[in-house]
Design a protein around this ligand. Sequence first.
Ligand SMILES: *Cc1c(COP(=O)(O)O)cnc(C)c1O
Length: 391
Amino acid sequence: MQDKFGTRSVWAGEQDGFPEGSSQVPVYHTVTYGYEDLDHWYDVALGKAPGHIYSRNTNPTVKVLEDKMKDLEGAEAATCFATGMAAISNTLFTFLKPGDRVVSIKDSYGGTSKMFLDFLPDINVEVTLVETGDHEQMEAEIARGCQLVYLETPTNPTLKLVDIERLCKAARAQQAISVVDNTFATPVNQNPLALGADLVVHSATKFLGGHSDAMGGVLCGSKALVDKVYHYREITGATLHPMSAYLLIRGIKTLELRIARHNESAMKIAEFLNSQDKVSAVFYPGLPDHPHHEVAKRQMRGFGGMLSFSLHGGYEAVKALLPKLNYAHLAAHLGSVDTLAGPPKVTSHVETTPEERKQLGIPEGLIRYSVGIENVEDLIADLQQALDSLG
Ligand SMILES: *Cc1c(COP(=O)(O)O)cnc(C)c1O
């Protein structure tokens, strides 16, 4: 029987031990590596013997993170990147050529949207973005023919969901590659590959690292597909630094504990906010009245640490409330042990117009709240006093 998640997050990729009996992974601050002789060098270069050639391509510290992540996502292979956007852009540019077509959702992460709206059309890739959650429309667009289907669930900032199993099945029928951004859910709450996705991407900068001190990206999937993106990444040079890999490995060791806490606290905070007069709406997939709650229950083991809520007083109320919070960094970030809060109007969706935000269902008075691992009683008391101060 396979070990459970918490055990694997500590040990996966580390079971063979490290030089000098070191119990923790060494940070290999080296560009190159030596060999016994030229034959050995040649074998390593051809991939016939284990080893490393040049740290833009592979590095022993980074490899431990890749081995850990492929285990946690139930994948055959994984490769790492300097950032989440490096993982996403390298994946898209590896598989999409001029004349190809990609189908995705309107609510993908801001940087990913930029790829779909600017960079891919520039190389003559046709992009079709469907209303997030409209599965019939999505299936119809996929059935028109496409090379790649790109999903993200739950989404930012209104926590919409898409049915991974259903849409990946539609992609498969067209022989299109399906990619799922699993950043918000993490492998603790959701495994897209087990639901039929070909590839899963992460911004490791968020929950995986979990401490707001390192950036990174990860791609997991079959060896054949991951190898293709790896060979592209070797050349684009969007390589993860070994020091960041070390910090991400350390973060992942506590992933299960942290996510259990994020899940539990976010649910309590969502229920608390739902009972407040000054709050006009709460967006959290764990709430029974969330429009995609049934999908959430089917494909997620927990509902995650991200929620958002809007205030009756609109953006003026947001401006008054946020500075009153004692336990929230006001920052464009999420997924940390520290609570973070910010309005999408000035963070993820700063480049959209009020009309575009309205179309995406983002109220002007919306606050995105990334629940940290502080004690939930303190977070609720903090929100209570900030709401009370609105008068
Ligand atoms: C932050 C984020 C990204 C981009 O990751 P970076 O590490 O900032 O490049 C991609 N997808 C989602 C869902 C994110 O939250």
